[in-house]
Ligand binder design. Structure first.
Ligand code: BTN
Length: 252
């Protein structure tokens, strides 16, 4: 496949972002981690047309249709203290949501960083930290017009939501542009990120079910705390969740 469009778009990426395009990898997160361990610098983005072992959170397989989706990972070597790195999770979901909005669609964030259009997921993010770097993997469905039956009810693409003829390179540029802005706010200006995430949070005010280290629970989401945790009310009080599995929005 010709990668000219991606390389042309990358020429205008803001500093420090640089793009490396590969035709086929196992997982861009895995390959970028290897490059990072070999000394790759802050801001390197690895994009692949095909992932033979693309991964979602909790080790699930990630479906990224060739030529119709974006699958890429961003290497950061943050100056911010490691205690603040979980904030990249919110910042990256926000950047994707904002990029989608720049294509004329309304996007929501399902805490911490799934991106939804309506009630369907259009993008997923896998943040993996090592001792001295973070890899942020982003999968975004751009132009699929149909999905496998098992995903049809829960996933979508920008094109299925009405955005016609989008170039994947343009969508990538929009994400990187917003990502650069939001990453600079990770420390002193995190309030700006939080405010924008709260505006798009699809869980706030809704009943959800989830699995926590102490077992499955249902309750009401009251919002997102100043540290980025989910404020979750159950019969026993309000918990601040830093992570949760199998988080589902319950029908009203
Ligand atoms: C999720 O929602 O479960 C996260 C999905 C993350 C998928 C992306 S695609 C690019 C990068 N490489 C991977 O193997 N996973 C992430």
């Amino acid at each position: 496949m010709n990668h000219d469009d991606f390389n042309t778009a990358a020429a205008d990426f803001p500093d420090p972002f640089r793009l490396l395009v590969r035709e086929s990898v196992t997982s861009t997160n895995d390959e970028l981690r290897i490059l990072a361990q070999g000394g790759a610098r802050h801001g390197l983005i690895l994009l692949a047309e095909v992932q033979s072992a693309g991964r979602g959170r909790r080790g699930t397989a990630w479906f990224s249709p060739t030529g119709k989706s974006l699958a890429f990972s961003i290497l950061l070597r943050p100056e911010a203290p490691k205690s603040l790195w979980p904030r990249y999770s919110l910042a990256s979901g926000l950047a994707v949501a904002e990029a989608i909005e720049s294509c004329g669609l309304a996007a929501g964030i399902k805490w911490p960083n799934d991106v939804w259009i309506g009630r369907r997921k259009v993008a997923g993010i896998l943040v993996e930290a090592a001792t001295d770097f973070v890899v942020i993997g982003i999968g975004l469905n751009v132009s699929s017009t149909s999905l496998p039956p098992e995903l049809a009810e829960i996933a979508t693409s920008l094109e299925m939501e009405g955005s016609r003829s989008l170039s994947r390179a343009a969508v990538l540029s929009a994400v990187i542009c917003r990502f650069g802005i939001r990453c600079r706010q990770i420390d002193q200006e995190f309030g700006e990120v939080l405010m924008a995430v709260r505006q798009r949070c699809v869980l706030s005010g809704n009943q959800i079910s989830l699995v926590t280290p102490s077992g499955p629970k249902t309750g009401l989401v009251e919002g997102i705390a100043d540290g980025g945790e989910l404020l979750f009310r159950t019969d026993t009080g309000v918990e601040r969740l830093i992570q949760a599995d199998e988080l589902r929005l319950l029908a009203p």
